[in-house]
Design a protein. Structure first.
Length: 98
């Protein structure tokens, strides 16, 4: 049995961040990162709602709806855990003696 190689797929070289990308990533603040996270959670929740609506209309699949709901749940749990860590860090800082 001969094994033929897969053609048409080029090997991707390792992508190193450029200095411009590194400075733009450093310039984005913590609040921007939180805004993006909250936007992603909202977007994922909207996709889950749309998938459920499509399932109820008969145009979607039950599996797609369940996967979308699980993604939304996972994103929400991640966000809640990040919030809990931030609150805990704030409380630890406030307990420090001055």
């Amino acid at each position: 049995m001969a094994i033929t190689p897969i053609s048409g797929i080029a090997a991707t070289p390792a992508i190193a961040p450029t200095p411009a990308a590194a400075t733009s990533a450093a310039e984005t603040g913590f609040s921007d990162a939180l805004q993006k996270l909250i936007g992603a959670v909202d977007s994922t929740n909207g996709q889950a709602n749309q998938a459920i609506g499509n399932m109820l209309d008969g145009t979607g699949d039950v599996h797609e709806a369940m996967i979308a709901m699980q993604k939304a749940d996972t994103m929400l749990q991640l966000t809640v855990q990040i919030r809990n860590k931030l609150v805990q860090a704030y409380q630890d800082i406030m307990r420090m003696p001055t």
